[in-house]
Design a protein around this ligand. Sequence first.
Ligand code: HEM
Length: 400
Amino acid sequence: MTFLRILLPLVFFVSFTGFTAAQDTAGDTTVTAPGHQTLEDILARQRGEDVPFGAEIPLPQTDNGAPAADQLGTLGGASDSELWREIRADEATAVVASNNGPAAKVLMQEGGMWWLTFREGPLLTYGGALLGGTMLLLAIFFLIRGRIKIEHGRAGVTIERFKWIERFGHWLIAVSFVLLGLTGLIQLAGRKLLIPAFGHEAFSTFAIAGKWVHNNVSWAFMLGLIMVFVMWIAHNLPDRTDINWLLKGGGIFGKGHPPAKKFNAGQKLIFWSVIVLGTSISVSGLSLLFPFEITMFGPTFAKLNDLGIPQLLGFGPIEAALTPQEEMQYAQLWHAIVSFVLMAVIIAHIYIGSLGMEGAFEAMGSGEVDLEWAREHHSIWADEVESEQSKAAGKTQPAQ
Ligand code: HEM
């Protein structure tokens, strides 16, 4: 009995306080919203049609959700349009961030929409077309010309073309570039092509692994780029033999190849494409790897405006006062566009260095090439090597 005497008032007290609390919520803090809101109504208003709002109705209150009037409460059909307008226009004074980074308080970047649509649309379409078109042209070229053979057959004697350190530098840049190209394409085409094809889960694994590879292998590419530049720049300075080589189309069609030193004009073009485009890809890649640290596009646009270049081409001055997000967006587009161009160049290079030409791969494989191959493709260089070998062997043989 004593127990009941204690329990009953307690039960009464608890239910009474609970009841009054519910009464309070339903009383003063009731939130209302315009009635008869349907998705069709909202879409019709967005199209500019005049759809009248219904009478104000109270929003439903749930027992387990935050009260509608609270700061984080569910507003249901009601929307604070003014707040969203401010957020979209980057004018919301209510946004507070503990991070003082340049982009910390930007919750929505209206100007980024063109970048997003360009990245998913034309960039992917034209970039893919460039790579596909290059492969198609090479396939047609192969069908017409076939493999470029050593015309007079192999001499059976080899000479050294590249030392081990040169081959190491080449394969460092080659393997890293292929990995970077593939993982970069995975990131670019993910949402548009790979998720629809493989699903979110499979793509997520690809994307996480691909991003890790892309970020870390980039250092190997940059190291390879520096090595190749230092080792081969002396052989890639343009000279008179290049003009003759280019005028004769490198002897790609017909018999015989124009005289060339260690690298012919076609290879010099490949070398400078790798150096110039590879450097540009590296710098824009670094600005993506360290967000908001490297500002390249605003100052470049200002310089171009000062030089009057956009005006000369019939455009107005380019907007040079870029937000930090716009800087990143331009860096991403530039990184991808230049990479597409270099990928196309490298696809052609890989073709000619392997399937397209008999005897070429050995130069980067063992480092030794057949003497007859060297005489046919790099006659001036082959003469130099032969005369050096003769000198070393104690014989004197005049250089041709
Ligand atoms: C992955 C397949 C590749 C193959 C089979 C390949 C093959 C070759 C061969 C055989 C040479 C020597 C040509 C000669 O002796 O005259 C060479 C040179 C060269 N490679 Fe590659 N390469 C590949 C990828 C790359 C990549 C990805 C890059 C740069 C991003 C690159 C950059 C160069 C450069 C700059 C040269 C010197 C200039 C030239 O010969 O065109 N290679 N490559």
